[in-house]
Design a protein around this ligand. Structure first.
Ligand code: ZN
Length: 119
């Protein structure tokens, strides 16, 4: 099940302006999360948020997400690795799936972007 970020201290994530390609990627990602034993993905950023100026987020060709389950909404980095591998294999080379983290203790998320190669 796809959830949207709803933390009180943050703005609610509104999935506006996302490309059809990235929406398809998000649906596949949610299925991969369930296959890996999670309840789904939590969409934390689309065209909103702060990213580098050339980021595909601003064009609607990238999203950030975390994994969630009813008992653990903040899984550690290691929990993401099977999910990232499976998602990249399913989406193929026109998508980039990148495990990212900042801070200590780390905040971990998956950046997914549609980046067609050779066109
Ligand atoms: Zn991102």
């Amino acid at each position: 099940m796809i959830k949207l970020k709803t933390e009180p201290r943050e703005h609610r994530m509104i999935p506006m302006g996302l490309s059809p390609e990235i929406l398809l990627g998000l649906i596949v990602a949610d299925g991969c999360a369930v296959d890996c034993g999670w309840a789904g993905v939590r969409l934390t950023s689309g065209t909103d948020g702060r990213h580098n100026p050339k980021s595909k987020h601003y064009r609607g060709d990238a999203v950030d997400m975390t994994l969630w389950s009813r008992s653990n909404d903040r899984p550690e980095r290691g929990a993401y690795e099977p999910f990232v591998g499976r998602l990249q294999a399913r989406l193929g080379p026109d998508y980039d799936v990148v495990l990212e983290q900042v801070g200590d203790p780390p905040t971990v998320w998956v950046h997914l972007e549609y980046d067609p190669k050779g066109r």
